[in-house]
Design a protein around this ligand. Sequence first.
Ligand SMILES: Nc1ncnc2c1ncn2[C@@H]1O[C@H](COP(=O)(O)OP(=O)(O)O)[C@@H](O)[C@H]1O
Ligand SMILES: [Mg+2]
Length: 252
Amino acid sequence: MADTEPAQDGALLEVRDVAVHFGGVKAVDGISMNLQPGRIYGVLGPNGSGKSTLLGAMTRLTPMTRGAFLFEGEDYSRRPARTVHHMGIARTFQTVRLLEDRSVRDNVLLGTDTLGKNSRKEAVARVDEVLERLGIREIERVRPDELSYGMQRRVEFARAIVSRPRLLLLDEPTAGMNTSEREEIGALMRQLLAEGVTQFIVEHDVQMMVDTCDHLYAMNFGKLIAEGAPTEVVRDPAVQEAYLGKAAGRHA
Ligand SMILES: Nc1ncnc2c1ncn2[C@@H]1O[C@H](COP(=O)(O)OP(=O)(O)O)[C@@H](O)[C@H]1O
Ligand SMILES: [Mg+2]
């Protein structure tokens, strides 16, 4: 697909034939997507299918081999990673990445860099609001390494949403959480959607994806093998085979 092709109408994020190769490993191998605003998108796929690499490329942390990303029609494929956050894209990582020697509050405050130096007051108020919302206000002085894994994930989530991103990328947001914690995160994602935050989630938990997403993609070996309505995608024979295993396909 030519880089000069006009942007798709109304797309928040357009992914154009993106590939990320690590030597001989084709981690992402020609993915195209069109994310419309105001929806929750999910990507299913077995371990090693390229989901995290795709998120890495989207945020410009991982260099890509070919293709392009357009945010609101603007090609940012050659811009440095730090500019991506300022455009309105925020993310969480598959493995929690927090500053261990700083407080919960300081970690969340780091997410406000997009607000600029003049809005210190606004940043403080926004941090308070987000800490409250995620139920971590009481532990704002605690260091992340003293917290449970589920709590650390909440802090990371808070840091991602504090900037009021228009697109939120979540890499396995409920991994390592118990059922009630998962439900809380699901509820939070739907609340954020109501506030206009488009979301793109990579997850293993099929049930959560079906319950939460408006549209699903399925990946295997760096390529898309299915996309569409969640209940249809999880029933797709190629997805059953790749992701759920043949046995699951037989019993579904
Ligand atoms: N930095 C890297 N260098 C080399 N290979 C990598 C790197 N990151 C990921 N890979 C490989 O790319 C493939 C996709 O990995 P990943 O995107 O983490 O998959 P997923 O998130 O779907 O589990 C795997 O084969 C993995 O080993
Ligand atoms: Mg991953």
